[in-house]
Design a protein around this ligand. Sequence first.
Ligand SMILES: [Zn+2]
Length: 110
Amino acid sequence: MITHGKEIYKLQHRKVMEEKLGRKLTKEEIVHHKNGNKKDNNPKNLEIMTRAEHQRHHRPHLNYCKYFVQFNGETKSISQWCRELNLSYANVFNRINNCDWSVQKAFQKQ
Ligand SMILES: [Zn+2]
């Protein structure tokens, strides 16, 4: 086996996971390092996630800003809030998505 070259190094954890599962990984499956150490390719340190899950895992704040909002002491998804408050989803989403707006401000009637 060739052990030099970035590509081989990069694919190592995928290889380990494929061996663990006994099948090939799809393009949508991301191999995540549980302890954050990308050089630790011990099967116990590896976990499969979808692209979306992986993004959420590494950027929980962004995700929270984007989809779930606490308002009046309750946490609901933006779409739920919009239905209840009778607001335009696109408007509220854009307001909250940039995270500079307070939730109260974002939920004001336009
Ligand atoms: Zn990861």
